[in-house]
Design a protein around this ligand. Sequence first.
Ligand code: UN1
Length: 511
Amino acid sequence: MGTDTFTAPATLSDTQTRVFKNFIDGEWVESATRETFENRNPADSRDLVGIFQKSNKDDVNAAVDAAKRAFAKWRLMPAPRRAEIVFRAAEILIERKEEYARDMTREMGKVLAETRGDVQEAIDCGYYMAGEGRRLFGPTVPSELPNKFAMAVRQPIGVCGMITPWNFPMAISSWKLLPAVVCGNTCVIKPAQDTPLSTFNLVRALTDAGLPKGVINIVSGFGSMVGTPLAEHADVRAISLTGSSEVGRIVGGIAAQTFKHCSLELGGKNPMIVLDDANLDLAIDGGLWGGFGTTGQRCTATSRIIVQKGVYREFVERYVERARKLKIGNGLDETVEMGPAINEKQLQTDLSYVEIGKNEGAKLLCGGNRLDKGEYQYGWFMEPTVFGEVDRKMRIAQEEIFGPVVSIIPCDNLADAIDIANDIPYGLSSALYTKDVNKAFSAIRDLYAGITYINAPTIGAEVHLPFGGTKATGNGHREGGIGAIEFFSEWKSVYVDYSDKLQKAQIDRED
Ligand code: UN1
């Protein structure tokens, strides 16, 4: 089939199931396996969102070949022209924002307000990266020698492989694809098997905006069958993964063996500190949004709240009261505040941590149960769950759960709070509520994390600043902002000697 199929409207109505093939070299292509998998709504398993290809290594090879062929031309298109396509795609996303948000809520489960935000994040990324097409700055420096010119230019790397998660299905795909193509690379992306449709929607906007065939290729499927061969492929020169630290260790190892550029964006166990002088109303609102927004399924989720003893009781009481009242349900209902877990496995993990917390001696203050009666019977729902009196060393305070389970930990003062905050394997996001500017700046300096919020919870990063973290959260790269351009480009230093004689660097000098 031709590209027409791809660019035709792909709105999924409730009565129609669409079969999505892989998108390789501008064509819809069936997987070599001839096998498919279903994408079902986690709030209502009766709702079949789409059928996708269960791809394998052969499909990856075909996609990489296509990307390699496309690279020969795409790298020569001037960066401002490449960026114009990205800009147009952002404009198209604005027109389709509602449609794509609904598709995303159906496949991912988060509430409409949030999926609109997810599409908006891709739009923001598009505008930002479109601007970068007219910059892609490099240094021009004076040479040590006379009549010699010295500068560095950014060059594309080649074929980039991307492995994306299900929690921000369009935003995170955009964080990777848009800077990569603006820099002149071509891409093969494996979207998360739970949420492939949103990546198709993003790429459809890019294709409709004029992206040439082969520049972005989509291969759907599972980690071992698609992700591993993609990371291993000799012609893939850069690999960018957002996922768990466990998968990051595997992909990072493969990339090291093949000398690939490798960006890993992994787990978090993000602390929010509430000091005695904080505006408690604000901190409670923030802690609820950070803890239960996206059903706690953000790597930036506020999964630990560290509260100073003077306000501990009041904070806990009011926080739990509000958590109990959150409206759970299908995210397509505008009044719902928290959707389901992404799938049964994630729900089981969330529930298992409830048992772990109880066994460790933490105090279960609310929630902890699966919801499976009445309207909940077809989905992966659970109650917002809060543990109090949590010890910093408990597993529920150390391990990433990725669900609606918040641990509240008492602390003595700011120094104690920062000590607790930093005492984890991760370092993605962090937050502090205080009215004291001195304390705020000390925390900005001392919280060992890639992101610190003052008087806001740990979620809500904007695309034009670096996104990423320390320790097991990643391998030092940042997405978003200029960090993404850094990752998806390669430096070439250029020297032009116009002296008309051999000048020996470091040797020809008058001392
Ligand atoms: C993630 O949790 O994987 O900062 C990404 C935020 C969002 C992105 C989260 N803008 O919470």
